[in-house]
Ligand binder design. Sequence first.
Ligand code: CP
Length: 530
Amino acid sequence: MDNVFKGRSLCVIDDLSIEERKYLFSQVRRLKQAIIHQNRDVMDEFRISDPDFGIYEVFLEDSTRTKESFRNAASFHHVKLTEMSSSSSSFNKGESYADTFNTLTGYRNQIFVIRSKVEGVCRYLEKECGDFAVRNGLPYKPVFINAGDGKHEHPTQELLDEYSFMEDNGFSTDSIHLALVGDLFHGRTVHSKANGLKLFSKVKVDLIAPVELAMPANYLQIMKDNGYEIRLFGSIDEYLMQNDIASKWYFTRPQLERMGERILQRADELRACITFRREFLDKLPQGTIFYHPLPRHKEHPVIPTFLDEMPLNGWERQSINGMYCRIVLLALVAGRIGDDFVPSTPVEKEKVEADYIHAVDPSLLNQKKSKVVSEGVRPIDEGLVIDHISRGRTPDEIRTHMRLICKVMGLDGLKGGEWVSTGSDGKTWKGLIFRPGHIEFDRKQLKRLAAVAPGCTLNFIADGSVKQKYRASMPPRIYNFDDLMCTNEACISNSTQSENAPAMFYRTEESKYRCVYCDKDHSFNEIFKM
Ligand code: CP
């Protein structure tokens, strides 16, 4: 059996399955004990010990803990560590991420640890630089470790957070009741909790933040999909007015400077909602532990320093655990350890795409010929009719949607028209696009139509009757089209980044399109460039 960890990237926490994370944590526990007791034999089991093994740290945003713990982890491993100086690199001459990291991959660097404002950069480079390595016959596949990407995720922080929670749970993963307090809007460490907390069988999360700093809807949805019990509170004061109080609190630093003048004017008020005060102490359950990914602001710490000496201080041990977790992660993806791990479920093969375009039984066609077109539209002898567009929306919304469909499907230059009418109930609005003449759609075009107009029907008409009819539903994945774009400007695939990363989306349970790079959810009419 191959080592399933070797050569794997960690772009989001879900890149490691629950059982893989449990295995990782069992190794962290062994290593931590070995280092504390200086058991060199066990420590050596983890070491990569290869001076030619290249690890590259590229921090395009400031960092103390993540950068330094990885640096110390690399030193533990006795490997070649390089830190890229972004201020003097060719990034400043407009070089792309792909060209930069392809170059570094070619110099025998196997693991990249990247912190960037650009979301999804590791996911993109995993593919780009993997292809580069194959093209150039390199004997390794480069690994990308996300050390924090914009507001998206911070998966290695999530590893050390989960390990710290487990330590305080007697290493049980049966359940957790966690309060997340602070800037849940910008905080990538709390965004990683949306999937990270799946480690625990039963999860109750209390989200404590004023609306201006509330958890973004897509992460809230992920938490709901994962079956967590979720409660929302606007402030610590409000939270402590009820009796079901978590014994684990995870604080994050408010990043109000990112939110413009209007919010900055209310900074004191917002900070007060999420800052712990001495008078709250009596309300905490016995044995409460506080955590914080750090740094905390020296003037406005949400965990004030008077708490440092108290038993509820979990953030210092949490920070120390960062180095142990990162040593083990490097050992795993380098293939130094992990040979003995056997997944209980086979690694999922790529799913066959469920069909998104369904041909209607030809015997059912033309039973009511007049239904091919709606009121006011003259029947056509030959052509296509896209019907049932945006059924149930307002006429304005339907017209806007039809403009998008015409653009995406290349129908603008053809004769024909668009029509808004009510359906058979005389109340519900729907749209219809007709184009006379001989028109064919290939498979790729059918997929575009299904993506941009799910729920529509497509009728091909010849000799005055419907020859083929299809019903469209949202494709499970949409990619490989030049005019797709994630609307998140911080995403690597957004055109403002100029990285030419191809946009890709997968369908969620709520019929949204989630970006594969930054996890932003889109409705079907948002993913094509207008
Ligand atoms: N927790 C964390 O990411 O800290 P740094 O920004 O100092 O790396």
